[in-house]
Design a protein around this ligand. Structure first.
Ligand SMILES: CC(C)(COP(=O)(O)OP(=O)(O)OC[C@H]1O[C@@H](n2cnc3c(N)ncnc32)[C@H](O)[C@@H]1OP(=O)(O)O)[C@@H](O)C(=O)NCCC(=O)NCCS
Length: 151
């Protein structure tokens, strides 16, 4: 999509994302409270938004952990902008920023039911996908997905 720019996140982006949350997550509400402002303030160097016509059409929130993992906390593309390559472009931008800050691998999580996310991450060559029971202490399993860098 040539009319989309990938830019560092800026003031006001979190509020815009929360205002239009259902366009990214449908009726899944559990990610909402996990959109903590620290991803924009403390980890703003590794937070990116995709903009089309001045609106946020996708975003990726992440950081580089002391383990050397570039950790993707959330990636989401608006319902009208999916499968056009935006998720891939956000990952490419994050991977470059993370590698520049010393990351040697990428790590992301998803749920068992989020088969779309699993398919996307397989296409992004996350070769290590491991189901971990009770990963978050809530009694629910998560799929822990990893791949090495560079992308
Ligand atoms: C997962 C998500 C971010 C993917 O974003 P996207 O912009 O649609 O992905 P892209 O267009 O960059 O797709 C990259 C590749 O993954 C594939 N892909 C993307 N979504 C897919 C799906 N649901 N099923 C199968 N393949 C998929 C694309 O076909 C493409 O394949 P290619 O390499 O052969 O071209 C988007 O579907 C989304 O926001 N989902 C809701 C939020 C969510 O679940 N986020 C992930 C939480 S861990």
């Amino acid at each position: 999509m040539s009319d989309v720019t990938i830019e560092p996140a800026r003031d006001g982006d979190l509020a815009e994302i929360l205002r239009t949350f259902e366009r990214f997550w449908g009726d899944w509400d559990f990610p909402r409270p996990l959109h903590h402002p620290m991803f924009f303030c403390e980890f703003g160097d590794t937070a990116f938004v995709a903009r089309r016509d001045g609106e946020i059409a996708g975003y990726l929130l992440g950081f580089v952990a002391p383990t050397g993992d570039g950790y993707i906390h959330f990636v989401a593309v608006r319902d009208d902008a999916r499968t056009l390559g935006l998720g891939r472009r956000l990952y490419e931008t994050f991977a470059a920023a993370a590698a520049q800050r010393g990351a040697t691998a990428l790590k992301a999580l998803t749920s068992l039911e989020n088969t779309g996310s699993q398919a996307f991450h397989r296409r992004m060559v996350f070769t290590d996908m491991t189901e971990v029971p009770d990963y978050a202490g809530s009694g629910r399993a998560r799929i822990v997905m990893r791949r090495s860098l560079p992308l």
